[in-house]
Design a protein around this ligand. Structure first.
Ligand code: C5P
Length: 224
């Protein structure tokens, strides 16, 4: 028999970028491919979990046996995440846009002699922090990602504290690493040593591997 260590567990995962509309034909986006989040969804499903994947716009096909909710913007992503609760484990792998356009054009913006269109940005909700700080429906294990281009471990540690999650998967996304959009990833798993709220942080650095292997290792850690 195939081992199914996550049988009976409900796992919620976010993946991909978000698209924030500027007008009916334009948007703000980022270079996230969704590959890491989709690989985690597939690995959790293979481990026997019931998986709900909330994904921004990506070029990937839905993983077998996973419930996928397709969204575009950060606000839509938060709405689908809330609707998917309760969950036993929540993994936030999406590269959510930090800002959206406040004055979204109802019609396509035109070039005018008056100069550049005045785009006003407002902050998007932080989906991970929102869910990690819920008092009623907080999943028992909340995992965030930290994609950084400098001071990786320090930034990831402060992110864990600031957002209130239990673990952070930190990865270096400097262009030279090829992680953004690529097939491989080098990650550091940051967690509280004692499992207590204010416990000391442990850093577990994994060797470079494929995003599928990162997903399988992460699921194995969750199962433990
Ligand atoms: O973008 P940032 O480095 O803050 O992302 C860290 C973590 O927070 C990631 O797990 C990401 O999915 C999550 N996040 C989120 N909603 C946001 C911004 C980030 O869920 N608006």
């Amino acid at each position: 028999p195939v081992p199914r260590p996550l049988a009976g567990k409900r796992v919620l995962i976010t993946a991909g970028p978000t698209h924030e509309p500027i007008d009916p034909v334009r948007y703000i986006a980022n270079r996230s491919s969704g590959k890491q989040g989709f690989a985690i969804a597939a690995a959790a499903q293979a481990a026997g979990a019931e998986v709900i994947l909330v994904s921004g716009p990506v070029d990937l096909s839905d993983p077998q046996g996973v419930t996928v909710k397709h969204v575009e913007s950060a606000r839509q992503m938060l709405e689908q995440v809330r609707a998917a609760l309760p969950a036993d484990i929540a993994i936030f792998a999406a590269a959510v846009a930090d800002w959206r356009v406040a004055n979204e054009g109802e019609q396509k913006l035109k070039k005018t002699s008056a100069g550049m269109p005045p785009l006003q940005l407002v902050e998007n909700p932080d989906i991970l922090a929102t869910i990690a700080k819920l008092t009623d429906q907080r999943p028992p294990l909340v995992i965030g990602f930290a994609a950084e281009t400098e001071h990786l471990i320090d930034n990831a540690k402060s992110k864990l504290a600031r957002k209130g999650c239990d673990w952070i998967v930190a990865n270096d996304v400097s262009p030279a690493t090829g992680v953004m959009g690529g097939d491989r990833n080098t990650v550091h798993l940051i967690s509280r040593k004692s499992g207590e709220k204010d416990g000391e942080l442990a850093v577990d650095s994994w060797p470079a591997m494929t995003k599928e292997q990162v997903a399988i290792e992460l699921v194995a850690h969750i199962a433990k």
